[in-house]
Write a protein that binds this ligand. Structure first.
Ligand code: ZN
Length: 92
């Protein structure tokens, strides 16, 4: 049976951690499309599983807390650093 892209993304996120960029590259679609998929997945993933967002830690030590957005943070609110590592996604 052929899996849909959303089913494939769910399987990948159950297996490991992925960034938005990596998912977009893997499926050769825009990040916008992956964000739409993730918003759908986060509503449909069966409890007690859930889609988790692991935000980056900035060089200055700033940690993003409780990210709810699937787009990567563009810069650090404390030191304005724009070279943050991408956040990682996973289903647990
Ligand atoms: Zn910073």
């Amino acid at each position: 049976m052929e899996l849909t892209r959303r089913q494939e993304i769910m399987a990948m996120l159950r297996d490991g951690e992925w960034t938005l960029d990596e998912l977009a590259r893997n499926f050769v679609v825009s990040k916008k499309i992956i964000i739409d998929d993730l918003e759908h997945i986060t509503r449909t993933v069966a409890r007690p599983s859930r889609l988790l967002i692991y935000p980056p830690t900035c060089e200055c030590g700033y940690r993003f807390k409780d990210r709810a957005k699937f787009s990567d943070p563009s810069r650090c609110p404390r030191c304005k650093n724009e070279h943050l590592a991408p956040q990682r996604l996973r289903i647990e």
